[in-house]
Design a binder for this molecule. Sequence first.
Ligand code: MN
Length: 394
Amino acid sequence: MASVSKKKTTSSGEHVALAVHSSEAKSDPPAPYRGICDSPKKLAGFIETLESARGSNLLIVIKGHPDPDSIASAIAQRQFAALFEIDSTIVFFDQVSHPENRALVKSLDADLRQYREDMDLSGFDYLAFVDTQSPHLPVPLESPPPILTFVDHHKTLGGFEAMHLDIREDVGATSSIYAEYLEHSDYGLEIGNFEHARLATALMHGIRTDTDNFLIGRPLDFRAAAYLRPFVDNDLLRLISKQSVTARTMEIIQRGLNNKEIRGTFLLAGVGFVREEDRDGIAQASDFLLRHEGIETALVFGIVNGDVVDGSLRTNSATIDPDEWLKSVFGADSAGRHYGGGRRNKGGFRIPLGLFARCNDRDALWVIGKKTIEDLVLEKIGIETASTDTPKQN
Ligand SMILES: [Mn+2]
């Protein structure tokens, strides 16, 4: 297999790394994935084009509502351009509407500019388009500069020219094409480089969303993902690819909002009965309510599956250690197992209702459960407030 791809390299005469696994690498720790380059000519053209524009300034255009694929592609284009001292501005015209995409832009610190009337788009040497079918600007320019690069995976419409044109209809995401440029050029990603990790994460997310999480991925999408994998920041990827909130979780959050009790910087909310399969909604509600203005600690609880009080604590407080705090509030069962515990800024507890689970009056059961939790928590907060905020009485 390796010899075939090596042959291809030499015959094309391009110094693009195509080799896969050399025989000696087998015994060593696994080498980073190296795939086959689909289009070494396109890659060479891309690099040459950037070189020819060295020192210029570039307007990178995202058309339509920015989505993860177009955002990641634009960032990749900007990082490539920067290697050739090309100064790039990324502009988009339609609002970043989806909350997940707004979170993406924010967490990537992507510096995308939304077009405004007073923005002057005339001073750029070149334009670059990513992840779009046509190069027509929503705001027509009087004398549009040449198109430096046009990289896309939609059905090609033709009818325009670009110094570098790379349209691949058989690829699931434009991000995959940029990943191939990274993998097979001299400008590959490096482990431990913060910017590279962010770019890899953005590209991975772009590929995932455009391929329905690889369900409709094409070969290049999988190869791109395999290449990006070791550079991806897993925490960041998790953050930006958070699934949409389900309707039932939304309802739990709403109940939390309606029933919240705030004491100082502490928020406590009982959400009533929750189905087993919606248990995660309690944690999500806690995550959400922690964002309430002025709140440092949120604790949300409910009765799950009719037989256990389940609660979730989230805190930004410097003084609350969730593990210690939950253990001291709820204590342990007769076998010495604590009802709660946690880690740095989150924790949870589960208290079985035991015999009370057989109570047919759900309203009454909730009243007892809620009162018990509230009393314990408020007592604890009361003690803490008394010991930290108010001077001790003599
Ligand atoms: Mn796309």
